[in-house]
Design a protein around this ligand. Structure first.
Ligand code: NA7
Length: 542
């Protein structure tokens, strides 16, 4: 599926080429296309990559794996699809996720409406024609009544420049753009910069293969064991027999996936009971670990107790006490940065061929012809792997030149994103975002948030069509209220205390503002449904 379909211009009576242009053929864009087709609307996807899959197309680094259980990190919109697809592992690796994306693409015959290897550079709104002109990297432009940005929350890599990079004579790779044919690292001296999810998965996977591995850590990470395993036929059958119920229960949580029941306040249990609960969650593994106490993200004492529990686990795993202390996060509340799910990450530092460099005590000075200079020493490398993360949530949208005639979206969002419900932004009519900033998105099982948004947007378009209306835009005051609501909710929690990508703090110069909606997917789903039922309250439909 590496062909690039030429857009089939529909030249609809309204004067536009398509009812809808969708940007991105990841999980959001694919479902959106399928849904619009079912509604009888003409739609076309432009996708930068030469295949579907989004995140799972780009992130091919060693050990790349999802951190929500695959049986829940998958589409629920079609029972036949979820019954027929057989996930092999509790946490699917990247190749399996990409295979799933391709299967979905084939199953619903999506590729005929996708232009691959075609990046959207510019969007220009024409209020008289009530259409968007979409300019793409092939030099063409296409018009559409509506545009849906399914551009992903972690799709714009952050590639910090280090002095001297251009001098390095070895090989350099970025986890978010890792070569699809892989890299032979055997026997080589390898550096990994960054210890977020991508870094720790890469480190754990390549350590046994490389000659020597040096990890450059700026901030240590809280990681919970995945306890990854193959999914037995029995387990698969059990889940599939109860899939509807499992999906429903997942949607009724704040995070969009099932986890052991919590609903207790830390203050209401004894330290022994608290420890017992954490032991159980640790033994179960996965991101559900941090949801034992309802107040863990609100109450510093509760948070510190859970953080201390994890630090002690790290100390148990890492033999060298000095290295163990360096790996223990102390500078931010637990779960205020995205937690990682690991498979033997901390134990990797017990290997003779793995070293840790703490960039807080030995700052990274520059990259040289032969390696990296930190503190007062230079370490030689054959390969440097950058696992430095993403310009999250707003990066992909701001990388396009989106104009409404008087302003660009980038200018409007200069001091942080401004949206109504994370779905649209005032001044930019007929432009929807799937899992946009100020929606739950990255704080949830993305598949649930994607389906919720695609369903809402599709229903809105269907209602507009039915009433003969062709323009939708959030009102300025509704947007203002939502921006305040999302900020106020975030400020109730400990989350803004961390220098996280949720806060934009990983990008120099980016406005420090908490971007996702912290109120939970369950509450959020009720809000957007309520808005729709109340005749699109806060939106202006004309
Ligand atoms: P993350 O979680 O943003 O991790 C990036 C890592 O790179 C993190 O440890 C950063 O340290 C580090 N980093 C970034 N810039 C630098 C510079 N200039 N110098 C040294 N170290 C740096 O991205 P991932 O790709 O790992 O994971 C993203 C999400 O994907 C993850 O949360 C899951 O949802 C899946 P910092 O912490 O900023 O000090």
């Amino acid at each position: 599926m590496t062909t690039s379909a030429a857009p089939d211009r529909h030249n609809k009576p309204g004067g536009v080429d398509y009812d809808v242009v969708i940007i991105g053929a990841g999980f959001a864009g694919m479902y959106q296309l399928h849904k619009l087709r079912q509604m009888g609307m003409s739609a076309h996807i432009f996708e930068t990559g030469d295949d579907v899959g989004g995140t799972w197309y780009w992130n091919r680094y060693p050990g790349a794996r999802v951190d929500i259980e695959s049986m829940e990190y998958s589409y629920s919109f079609d029972d036949a699809l979820q019954q027929e697809w057989r996930w092999k592992e509790r946490y699917a690796p990247q190749p399996e996720l990409l295979e799933y994306a391709r299967h979905v693409c084939d199953r619903y015959d999506l590729a005929r409406d996708i232009s691959f290897s075609t990046r959207v550079n510019k969007l220009a709104w024409d209020d008289d024609a009530r259409s968007w002109t979409v300019s793409t990297s092939d030099g063409k432009s296409t018009t559409a009544r509506y545009v849906i940005a399914a551009t992903g929350c972690l799709s714009r890599p952050s590639e910090p420049t280090f002095e001297g990079m251009e001098d390095f004579r070895g090989e350099m790779y970025w986890t978010s753009r890792y070569p699809r044919e892989g890299v032979d690292l055997s026997g080589k001296r390898v550096a990994v910069i960054g210890t977020g999810s991508s870094g720790i998965q890469t480190i754990t996977t390549i350590a046994p293969e490389v000659g020597h591995l040096t990890v450059f850590q700026r901030t240590p990470t809280f990681a919970v064991p995945a306890h990854n395993t193959r999914i037995s036929d029995q387990r698969d059958a059990e889940i599939k027999a109860n899939y509807d119920e499992i999906r429903r229960l997942g949607r009724e949580t704040t995070v969009g996936f099932n986890q052991p029941p919590g609903n207790v306040m830390f203050a209401d249990v004894s330290p022994e009971q608290a420890r017992e609960d954490l032991d159980k969650r640790w033994a179960r593994g996965g991101l559900g670990f941090s949801f034992g106490f309802e107040d863990v993200l609100f109450e510093p004492v509760a948070n510190e107790f859970v953080a201390d529990y994890v630090r002690n686990r790290i100390r148990e795993k890492v033999k060298d006490p000095q290295t163990a202390e360096l790996l223990c996060p102390t500078s931010y509340p637990i779960a205020s940065k995205r937690m990682c799910v690991d498979t033997g990450y901390f134990e990797t530092y017990n290997r003779d061929n793995v070293d840790l460099v703490d960039l807080q005590t030995e700052p990274l000075k520059r990259i040289t012809e032969t390696g990296i200079r930190v503190g007062s020493r230079e370490i030689e490398f054959d390969v440097i792997i950058f696992a430095t993360g993403f310009d999250a949530m707003t990066g992909a949208l701001n990388s396009m030149d989106i104009r409404n005639g008087t302003q660009t979206l980038r200018e409007k969002w200069n001091h942080g994103p401004r949206t109504y419900l994370g779905l649209m932004s005032h001044g930019f009519p007929n432009l929807f975002m799937v899992t946009g900033p100020q929606s739950p998105s990255v704080l949830s099982n993305m598949m649930v948030s994607i389906e919720d948004h695609v369903d809402w947007i599709s229903q809105a378009l269907s209602d507009l069509n039915a009433s003969g209306q062709t323009r939708i835009e959030p009102a300025a005051d509704a947007e203002e209220n939502w921006v305040h609501t999302t900020n106020d909710l975030a400020n109730l929690t400990l989350m803004p205390q961390a220098n996280s990508w949720y806060m934009g703090a990983n990008i120099p110069g980016k406005e420090r503002v908490f971007m996702p909606f912290v109120g939970g997917v369950d509450t959020y789903a009720q809000i957007i449904t309520g808005v729709r039922v109340a005749n699109y309250h806060g939106f202006e439909l004309t």
